[in-house]
Design a protein around this ligand. Structure first.
Ligand SMILES: Cc1cc2nc3c(=O)[nH]c(=O)nc-3n(C[C@H](O)[C@H](O)[C@H](O)COP(=O)(O)O)c2cc1C
Length: 171
């Protein structure tokens, strides 16, 4: 698959099978994460792989959007390592760094034949408390990963895209 084919094939999986994710496939996803660009190469994010029975039981209490995945990645931003604009205090890179890393993970997972669904429907504080995440890290998103169930299909809104002319302006 070339990049456009891969991007077209990806969709948010909201029904996973219980088939476990092979460790080599997880490693391919993690390697892709580590190729993501970050502000000034600060790599101001951390990834927690939740895959133990105990960890996943806790995860199922933290969001209804786990969709039965066998594994969830937690992406945090690292507030100690994120890049700060020297003049503009509101410009910091942590969310961007974590999000680009997660985008790499999402597409690398697709390449491996795995499904994902980006989630922000959770409480960052509750996630931090549950997994003892250090105070200087803030959870940005959750990414369930696994094999799509046989009867899983994209939601209707998957194909509802704005016209390119609404999204792009030439200046
Ligand atoms: C920032 C962000 C937050 C999202 N949060 C959720 C979520 O909490 N639960 C969920 O089921 N999907 C969530 N999604 C998935 C979107 O609903 C989905 O990407 C969008 O509807 C387009 O569909 P597609 O991914 O199938 O192309 C989120 C996506 C993004 C980028």
């Amino acid at each position: 698959m070339n990049f456009i084919e891969l991007a077209k094939a990806r969709y948010s999986v909201r029904k996973f099978s219980d088939k476990p994710v092979e460790s080599e496939k997880l490693n391919a996803v993690l390697d892709a994460i580590n190729l993501a660009p970050t502000a000034k190469n600060s790599q101001a994010f951390h990834v927690y792989v939740v895959q133990s029975a105990e960890g996943m039981a806790k995860m199922r209490t933290l969001t209804p959007c786990h969709y039965g995945a066998p594994m969830v990645l937690i992406f945090t931003k690292d507030t100690q390592q994120q890049w700060h604009h020297p003049q503009l205090p509101e410009v910091v890179s942590g969310v961007e760094d974590a999000s680009i890393a997660a985008t790499h993970a999402m597409l690398a997972a697709s390449e491996q034949g795995l499904g994902t669904c980006w989630l922000n429907f959770f409480s960052p504080q509750a996630v931090s408390r549950t997994y003892n995440i250090p105070d200087h890290e803030i959870p940005v998103l959750l990414l369930p990963i696994g094999y799509a169930a046989e009867d899983c299909a994209p939601a209707d809104r998957h194909t509802m895209r704005k016209e390119l002319k609404e999204l792009v302006s030439y200046l």
